[in-house]
Design a protein around this ligand. Structure first.
Ligand code: DON
Length: 402
């Protein structure tokens, strides 16, 4: 069978292709000259399957989409506390190039320019800085994409030579004692980071690496630890779409990040990485067609993060009772055991008649459990044992052993 996912993605793309609204970014000369026509989209799944449609191989500079990934590298290299000393996590509600500083001098978040320049200087070892931080950033972005990424030197020159505003932002942060590098070096490095060339397939893989907890689904490489992804996705959800972040979260509901060259990524935890590209931008600096596509994908594929799943209602597949006083109570569970599922399972155990018959916990339909799910089920079994019941478990996949 030819999977319909590609056709579905293409249908969504085509339905968004009729709009020529929006304008190219004009404050970087090289971007103002870009061809506005290319329009591509890609999805990457947990096993590394990538679906690409339209101009999926068209390359463009990553721009601000690099920010969450460099934030991830800084967190992995320096730890949460050190990064939080320099950059906050509050949405600014401002445009991406605003002077958004907290009263203590920290940039408000790492998704706006002032915070991203600060974050760039935190990537790599503590005594790094300058070219070393930048090398770490390019190597790290490549690890997220699963291939060696290159810099568009023409865009880089265009950007660094017109970076007056970013220089001003860098000097302000330096004056507050929060920038760990010389402003010129930090802005040059940040401009290089923004000039890395990608296509929508790369974006989808990069987004899926975050959504998969830090392991690249193509290469299998652990790029950053799992806790880093939770932090980065949280900040993407609240700050990724700048002054449109609230609107985005309520309509699309996917942690995301846009860039002025026209790219957007969406990273839905555990499910899918999305990359779109179309250069015309709305007033907030987000791709018009990309935003539409993400809205439509979210609505039609049910991808909104806040869509409430009925997690706990089908946890108990069945309960087999002992016959005529012989045999045991077999409680058959199903689905992933996290807190709400394990809570429902424990209630099913608590409801068993107090007849002294042995209890079997049957887990062959349980594919996995998280830490708390495991702890809760083990504790339930321990308590039943302490009450004097014989308790055993059928756990062919070793779900409770993890
Ligand atoms: O700092 C800049 O101006 C650019 N290199 C990146 C800005 C950007 O992509 C903002 N995103 N929408």
């Amino acid at each position: 069978m030819h999977t319909p996912v590609t056709d579905f993605l293409e249908q969504v793309r085509l339905s968004c292709a009729d709009s020529d609204e929006g304008e190219l970014a004009h404050y970087i000369p090289q971007l103002a000259e870009a061809d506005p026509a290319p329009f591509g989209a890609a999805l990457c799944m947990l096993d590394g399957t990538v679906y690409g449609v339209g101009d999926a191989e068209h390359r463009f500079t990553i721009q601000s989409i690099s920010k969450p990934f460099v934030y991830a590298l800084a967190l992995a290299d320096r730890g949460l506390d050190e990064v939080l000393e320099h950059v906050g996590v509050e949405p600014s509600g401002d445009a991406f190039s605003e002077i958004s500083l907290e009263p203590n001098g920290r940039p408000r978040n790492p998704m706006i320019n002032i915070g991203a320049i600060t974050t760039h200087a935190l990537a790599g070892a503590r005594d790094a800085g300058g070219d070393e931080s930048t090398a770490r950033v390019i190597e790290g972005l490549s690890a997220f994409a699963g291939r060696a990424l290159e810099v568009d030197e023409v865009v880089y020159e265009s950007e660094r030579s017109t970076a007056d505003r970013n220089m001003a932002l860098a000097y302000l942060v330096r004056a507050q004692g929060k920038l760990q590098d010389e402003p010129r070096l930090a802005v040059d490095g940040y401009s290089r980071q923004c000039s890395v060339l990608v296509d929508v397939r790369d974006l989808a893989v990069m987004a899926m690496t975050l959504a998969a907890g830090g392991r690249n689904p193509l290469t299998g490489e652990r790029v950053v630890p799992r806790w880093v992804c939770r932090q980065v996705l949280s900040v993407m959800a609240t700050c990724g779409m700048y002054d449109a972040a609230g609107d985005w979260m309520s309509t699309v509901g996917i942690p995301a990040k846009s860039g002025v060259s026209g790219g957007i990524i969406g990273a839905l935890p555990g499910q899918v990485g999305i990359g779109t590209f179309s250069p015309r931008l709305d007033r907030s600096g987000n791709s018009v067609r990309g935003v539409r596509m993400c809205e439509q994908l979210s609505a039609e594929m049910g991808l909104h993060l806040m869509e409430t799943p009925e997690v706990a209602s089908h946890v108990v597949h069945g309960v087999i009772q002992p016959e005529a006083g012989h045999g045991s109570h077999e409680v058959q569970l199903q689905g992933v055991m996290h807190f709400a599922a394990a809570e429902a399972a424990l209630r099913a155990l608590a409801r068993l008649p107090d007849d002294g018959a042995p209890v079997v916990l049957e887990l062959s339909r349980v594919p996995s459990a998280n830490d708390i799910g495991r702890r809760m089920l083990r504790e339930g079994m321990r308590r039943m044992g302490a009450d004097g019941r014989a308790v055993s478990v059928v756990d062919p996949d070793g779900v409770l052993e993890g």
